[in-house]
Design a protein. Structure first.
Length: 410
């Protein structure tokens, strides 16, 4: 999940020219696509075990609930390090920091691919989570700095397209690769892609200075800004609801007798997510509130279908479609809401958002594992639905701040 807005411009270069000049400028797509690929790698590294869980469990000689903690430990690594590492590396040149973070993914995924020891695998996943803490705190702000002010929202949408691409293409492809050539091959492929990306960043992505000491934000002060707390609550509850099912989706489908269809179900979910982020990218400037409400309702309806009618295979696919349509644009919606609610404290608000996002990911892995052992996979959609009810209430009530009915410049 992405954070820090990092809107500081390069000294001597005025990107805030006259509005008509801004509109004529084009996005640096080749560089932004490199950032989208970085987002893709970050997201796919996080979620890939969800599609490979049974095979990883057998190979590591651990239960599926224990193997599911490979998602949890990744999220813990991100949650523990996002804020302190963002502060510690604030003065670093942005390109050096981005290269360092992506190199961390290459190392962690390589170790995961060759490890036969559960403990070593968990260490590698924690290191990957630390790299994600650095990357998520950097990528959205990097995208904004590449674009003129009038196009910054679109620049972020391009970069964040890596998330639904990871869901729509990466996880199904990784699941298929794991089923045909072994789950380790999927992680080796991740390393190869990361090495290619490192060269792409060196060639195509511009560099920017870090922040001076006086510019660095104070994190907790953002909580007093109206609207920030509701956005953070929605982030925590929504991501928790999503993760409880997604981290164990292969196990859930296996329990329904659809274990062989996991890659196809994830493909439907991911393709719908890709459509969702396109819709959000096109409409977010005018309809952030209504899009957030619609996303919550779509995911809630999906959970209800899986809870009540999961014995119908066709409706499972319908639920996957609705889930993807609801979820795909959520990262962009929440990041935008946090940035706008935070105002001058936007960097702090978004750093807290990425921390809570990954706290929710970690908690989702743990709670999902407990539910799996105690109540079985059928409890996942009911828990998901229960968590989404307060999300909907908070979004609806936050009409003045957080998810405002009227937005400046809309």
């Amino acid at each position: 999940m992405s954070t820090s807005s990092n809107t500081t411009t390069t000294p001597g270069k005025d990107t805030r020219a006259a509005p008509d000049a801004e509109e004529r400028q084009k996005l640096p797509l080749f560089a932004l696509l490199a950032l989208a690929t970085a987002v893709f790698i970050t997201s796919l590294t996080e979620t890939l075990p969800a599609g490979l869980l049974p095979a990883m469990s057998d190979d590591l000689h651990m239960s599926e609930s224990a193997t599911g903690q490979t998602v949890t430990i990744y999220a813990i690594g991100t949650a523990l390090t996002a804020i302190p590492l963002t502060a510690a590396t604030a003065a670093w040149r942005r390109k050096v920091l981005l290269l360092t973070a992506m190199a961390g993914f290459a190392v962690a995924n390589t170790v995961t691919a060759v490890s036969s020891n559960y403990g070593l695998t968990m260490v590698a996943r924690f290191v990957a989570g630390v790299a994600a803490g650095v990357a998520w705190a950097l990528l959205a702000g990097y995208a904004r700095r590449m674009a003129p002010v009038a196009l910054q929202g679109k620049a972020i949408a391009v970069a964040m397209a890596g998330i639904p691409l990871a869901l729509s293409l990466g996880v199904p492809a990784g699941t298929f690769l794991g089923e045909t050539l072994g789950w380790r091959t999927a992680f080796v492929a991740m390393t190869v892609l990361t090495v290619v990306l490192l060269g792409w960043i060196l060639v195509a992505v511009p560099d920017y200075p870090g922040q001076q000491a006086g510019e660095r934000p104070k994190m907790l002060g953002a909580l007093r800004v109206p609207g920030v707390a509701p956005v953070l609550f929605v982030t925590l509850a929504f991501v928790l609801a999503h993760t409880i099912l997604y981290a164990y989706v292969a196990t859930f489908l296996e329990d329904l007798g659809m274990g062989g269809d996991t890659d196809v179900v994830l493909l439907v979910f991911g393709a719908a997510s890709l459509l969702s982020i396109w819709i959000v990218g096109a409409q977010i400037h005018l309809r952030l509130r209504s899009l957030t409400i619609a996303s919550t309702l779509l995911v809630a309806v999906s959970a209800a279908l899986l809870a009540v009618l999961s014995d119908n295979t066709a409706l499972v696919y319908v639920a996957a479609l609705l889930w993807g349509l609801g979820w795909g644009g959520v990262p962009t919606l929440l990041q935008t809401a946090a940035g706008e609610a935070g105002g001058e404290s936007a960097d702090s608000a978004q750093a807290m958002l990425v921390t809570l996002w990954n706290v929710a990911m970690a908690a989702g892995g743990v709670i999902g594992g407990i539910l799996l052992d105690v109540s079985g996979p059928g409890s996942f959609p009911w828990t998901m639905l229960l968590l989404l009810l307060p999300v909907l209430v908070v979004v609806v009530l936050s009409r003045n701040h957080g998810f405002p009915a009227k937005r400046l410049g809309a």
